[in-house]
Design a protein around this ligand. Structure first.
Ligand code: KG4
Ligand code: ZN
Length: 335
């Protein structure tokens, strides 16, 4: 491998178009993100076809800017890493087909990356001291799971959500409370102004001895609470509801992280995915004395291309290579 190994990362699995260039293991030369949040928030969620069209508009210009800012030509790259799934089919296709075309034109190897493995790598951008074995809590809009990282490429799913993902629960709770999309950041912001003990929401599956999550009942409990308040003519204490809901989600997550630590004896925990940006969860993880926690920088909790470049580069080093075979797979799951 050349001394300066350059990886172009491309992320288009949902509504963020991400492009990044990585030198060697984790030196970020540049990273760009074109967020469609404003476009989708007026619809209250992501409109898949619209997201795909926006990726089509944004992706190649971002690649151009990334190369220009790094004073690189496409042919100088050593690898292109692209998210191949899970995600929205139309969005994934734009990223994968663009990456394939660039790989052929520039004669640069191509590797398809599992979006979840991307998230798993996000905390590693800044944490060279985090080495396997460690536990990885992935909490995003589509997934909530704890993975045992035996070594890079050797992943063991310890448990996951039975129904909604934590981010999905935040987004649905926000809709119930009349807040904008995406709900997580909004609830996080308003929770800081409220009393987290004002309402006592059930902490799902807290006492079970399995690493598992469930958030749909919690969302329903919030809905009924709001209905009861509305029926009694009381004004809705949105900040208190946000703070109390967030406390329940955080307790559900942290109790299972503790259980996973206890079951495996591994005391190193990383977290990633959009919900790892949540301030209550970050506080709970970093202050827990049962384990040490590694978290990505806030901007790399949500979808980004640096994590895809890192995961792709690591996978390539392990001897994996996709070439022209890479296909978009919206329901790709297991790592
Ligand atoms: O990882 P991500 O960008 O996309 C997926 O792969 O799903 O995660 C997006 C999710 C959304 O559900 C969003 O509401 C949630 O992450 N999120 C948060 C926060 N920031 C983003 N949830 C709670 N607190 C936050 N600060
Ligand atoms: Zn994601």
């Amino acid at each position: 491998m050349s001394k300066n190994f350059l990886t172009l990362g491309i992320e288009t699995s949902c509504d963020d178009t991400g492009v990044a260039i990585l030198r060697n293991d984790n030196e970020v030369l540049c990273e760009y993100l074109s967020s469609q949040i404003k476009d989708h928030s007026k619809f209250g969620g992501v409109i898949p076809e619209f997201a795909a069209r926006k990726h089509l508009e944004n992706l190649l210009p971002l690649v151009d800017v990334a190369l220009r800012d790094s004073s690189l030509a496409g042919r100088e790259l050593d690898l292109i890493a692209v998210t191949r799934g899970p995600g929205l089919m139309g969005s994934l296709i734009v990223g994968v087909q663009t990456a394939k075309a660039l790989s052929q034109v520039w004669d640069v190897p191509l590797i398809g990356v599992n979006h979840l493995e991307g998230h798993l790598f996000a905390p590693l951008v800044d944490a060279r001291d985090l080495k396997p074995p460690f536990l990885s809590l992935i909490v995003s809009g589509g997934h909530t799971e704890i993975i045992k990282v035996n070594s890079f490429g050797d992943y063991e799913l310890l448990g996951q959500t039975r129904d909604d993902a934590a981010g999905e629960a935040y987004d649905k709770a926000a809709r119930i409370l009349g807040l904008s999309y995406p709900g997580g950041p909004e609830i996080d912001r308003l929770a800081k102004l409220g009393n987290s003990h004002a309402f006592s929401f059930p902490v799902p599956l807290k006492g079970t001895d399995k690493v598992e999550f469930s958030f749909s009942g919690l969302k329903t409990a919030l809905l009924w609470q709001v209905k009861r308040l509305e029926e009694s003519g009381t004004s809705i204490p949105v900040n208190d509801l946000c703070a109390s809901f967030q406390r329940a989600v955080t307790e559900a997550l942290i109790s299972k992280v503790r259980l996973a630590v206890k079951l495996t004896g591994i005391k190193k925990v990383s977290a990633s995915g959009g919900v790892s940006a949540n301030s209550a969860l970050r506080d709970a993880l970093t202050s827990d004395r049962n384990f040490s926690a590694w978290l990505p920088e806030l901007r790399r909790c949500t979808d980004n291309a640096v994590m895809v470049a890192m995961a792709g580069r690591n996978s390539f080093q392990r001897g994996n290579y996709s070439g022209g075979e890479v296909v978009a797979d919206p329901s790709l799951h297991d790592l």
